[in-house]
Design a protein around this ligand. Structure first.
Ligand code: FAD
Length: 384
């Protein structure tokens, strides 16, 4: 990836104008770069850090992939396509990105999680199994169920490796001809000459269109758009386990658990042979991506230690690692892809609300189809 010998401030790059400039090469930007370059578009991409970095929303070793989507059955066709594209990226790069473990949704039978998973699975004929507490005790004794709890196993679930996936997509986009500039901050995006001008810390660049995939920084970069985005601080922690074998990907599926009051916790099998990653979904504080508190405090770990003690067996209170990450939330947690009237030639993609990573491959494809062919987006994606 290029980081030096770029045109100085005020100059335009000497290369022929790119078809699409991508601002931000995190999950959404890197996967879009791959799909756009695969379609033959001339792509230039800008990233203030380096693909796979730990300052945004796409770090922390693992991300859940699931198909029986409790949020809405409308996501299921997108997830099935996302799965194919993750496998395609693996084939094109040789990187191992997606491990299927099955996924457990645990909670009250009439809760949002279990009823939503069952609805998605039944409407889309997805392979799944419903377990009562005694079956769970036999099959997955690592979980302590409460009276009234059940579990649904989504067979088409597992986990992605986010840093590796972003780096693989960026590398593949470059191999297909994309020009990706790292350590390059975009400072402004302007409409000009029937296209766009991207002003960066390494000079000005022209392109036909721009795709802004700046994650938690989107509203800071384009404050004039007044986008409905809120950044939320989130903590992930790795807690050591007594018997790592019983938490291996073969024996311990990824899981989400709904607690009283509609609160959610989730976790992963071990990837380091000694600990499992646990996290709280939402319940974080508002944050500015440039000044977010990246130190993990005891108070951050309290709900995870409590969860491990009360709802799991064989997980100790010893935290071996913990990291801060950011959600960028829309009000209804749907993803946002918009081409604002006030900024011609620019498309903004903000797909997080804490569940976007698994979709990055298919969203990259949808962005390519939208930008290159003006193909309409599925209704589940917000366009305003
Ligand atoms: C703790 C946590 C757990 C999650 N768990 C899951 C999960 O299990 N499953 C799931 O599907 N999803 C999950 N998500 C959501 C998922 O990770 C996000 O939806 C996804 O990572 C968002 O990708 P992004 O490209 O929008 O943001 P990012 O990956 O952060 O990319 C934005 C990029 O833009 C760059 N950038 C910003 N401004 C500029 C600028 N001015 N110039 C140049 N570059 C710029 C940034 O450096 C960054 O690299 C989780 C998120 C978090 C935080």
């Amino acid at each position: 990836m290029s980081g030096a010998h770029q045109p100085g401030p005020g100059q335009l790059g000497a290369d022929p104008r790119a078809d699409v400039a991508i601002v931000g090469l995190g999950a959404m930007g890197a996967l879009s770069a791959w799909r756009l370059a695969s379609r033959g578009a001339r792509v230039i991409g800008f990233e203030r850090f380096r693909p796979g970095h730990d300052r945004g929303s796409s770090h922390g070793d693992t991300r859940i992939f699931r198909t029986a989507y409790f949020e809405s059955p409308e996501y299921v066709p997108l997830l099935q396509r996302a799965h194919q594209l993750w496998r395609q990226l693996e084939q094109e790069t040789g990187a191992e990105l997606l491990t299927m473990t099955g996924g457990l949704a645990i909670g009250p039978a009439d809760g949002e999680l279990v009823s939503g998973v069952l609805r998605s699975a039944r409407e889309n004929q997805l392979p799944h199994r419903l377990f009562d507490p005694s079956e769970m005790n036999r099959l997955h004794p690592q979980h302590r169920l409460e009276p009234g709890d059940v579990a649904v196993r989504d067979e088409e679930a597992g986990f992605l490796r986010p840093e590796r996936a972003v780096a693989a997509a960026a590398a593949r986009a470059e191999a297909l001809g994309a020009r990706l500039m790292t350590d390059t901050e975009v400072t402004a995006i302007k409409a000009a000459d029937g296209g766009v001008i991207i002003e960066t810390s390494r000079g000005r660049f022209a392109a036909g269109r721009a795709l802004v995939a700046a994650g938690a920084w989107t509203s800071k970069l384009l404050p004039q758009l007044g986008l409905p985005l809120e950044v939320e601080r989130q903590v992930m922690a790795w807690l050591s386990v007594d018997d790592p074998d019983s938490f291996s990907p073969q024996r311990f599926p990824v899981f989400i658990r709904e607690l009283a009051g509609g609160r959610f916790r989730y976790g992963f099998p071990t990837t380091d042979g000694r600990s499992i990653k646990l996290a709280v979904h939402h319940e974080g504080t508002g944050a500015d991506p440039d000044s977010i508190d990246r130190e993990v405090e005891d108070a951050d770990l309290l709900p995870l230690r409590e969860f491990a003690r009360e709802k799991l067996r064989g997980v100790t209170g010893e935290v071996v690692d913990a990291r801060v990450c950011m959600y960028t939330n829309t009000p209804d947690e749907r993803f946002l892809a918009t081409s604002p009237i006030g900024l011609p030639g620019v498309t903004v993609l903000s797909a997080c609300s804490g569940h976007g990573f698994k979709f990055a491959s298919v969203l990259g494809e949808l962005m390519a189809d939208w930008i290159l062919d003006a193909r309409a987006l599925p209704a589940i994606i917000r366009t305003a």
